[in-house]
Design a protein around this ligand. Structure first.
Ligand code: PEP
Length: 251
């Protein structure tokens, strides 16, 4: 299975800067054996698509999505709207949305199902916070988050989702989770996926996110069971993200 590397710009880069990032990133030497995507703010999807032209690398991703196709949901964006930009992936349930906007497991599940139905791969973000880890509850919390989030997904040929294990305490903190600890949590996640999807779960990538940078990425991508990375801060510079993509190449 190819590694998956997803850049998450978070709330950075409107349409003007987005185009520049894409053009600069396209000048990087990019590995063929890594799937690369970039999650951009909604308002930057059009500019990113225009700068990509016919190119499909990096694949476009959104950072969120609503669960209905249309209707009285002022301010929301539907999966079908994302599809119009050729969006291939969509982050769902990022911890910053769970904590800043009160997104619940139930909302995450509805979003994941709607995104999949539209033919976009949901990248479902899960992860325990620091207090939960200290209490020894990390596995229990993450297992419950994954179980809830995948409730409405269907195993219909292509991988129904990717899961990003992102311990909250590691995001943007400069305190990454060790590859060995991440591996343990990925095994917990794999167990839940196997139970729901059986053999088809083997197609689902479980990636790690949380303070990934050029110094530590190779530890993650060389650890069995870690199928790639979700990268926030270290993806803001397109050359740096290019370096990460090359480092993720197993060849
Ligand atoms: C993220 O935004 O999902 C993330 C993992 O951020 P960072 O790489 O900055 O920790």
């Amino acid at each position: 299975m190819k590694k998956l590397l997803v850049a998450n710009w978070k709330m950075h880069y409107g349409p003007i800067k987005a185009g520049g990032w894409i053009r600069a990133f396209r000048r990087e030497r990019l590995p063929k054996d890594v799937d690369i995507s970039v999650a951009v703010p909604f308002v930057s999807l059009a500019a990113a698509r225009a700068s990509l032209g016919r190119a499909s690398i990096p694949a476009l991703a959104a950072q969120d999505c609503f669960w209905s196709e249309d209707g009285a949901y002022t301010g929301e964006i539907s999966p079908g709207m994302l599809k119009e930009f050729g969006t291939e992936y969509c982050l769902v349930g990022h911890s910053e949305r769970r904590s800043n906007l009160g997104e619940t497991d139930e909302m995450v599940a509805k979003k994941a199902a709607a995104v999949q139905k539209a033919g976009i791969v949901p990248v479902i973000c899960v992860g325990e916070n620091e207090a939960q880890r200290k209490k020894g509850d990390a596995s229990k919390i993450v297992r419950a988050q994954v179980q809830a989030a995948i409730g409405g997904l269907k195993a219909d040929g292509r991988a129904p989702a990717a899961i990003a294990y992102e311990p909250v305490w590691a995001i943007g903190s400069g305190r990454p989770c060790s590859a060995q600890d991440a591996k343990q949590m990925h095994e917990v996640i794999r167990g839940v996926l196997l139970k729901k999807f059986g053999k088809a779960s083997e197609e689902i990538r479980v990636i790690y996110g949380g303070s990934v940078d050029v110094r530590n990425i190779s530890e993650y991508v060389t650890t069995t069971g870690i199928d790639g990375c979700l990268v926030g801060g270290a993806s803001l510079d397109p050359r740096n993200f290019g370096l990460l993509c090359r480092a993720a190449n197993p060849a």
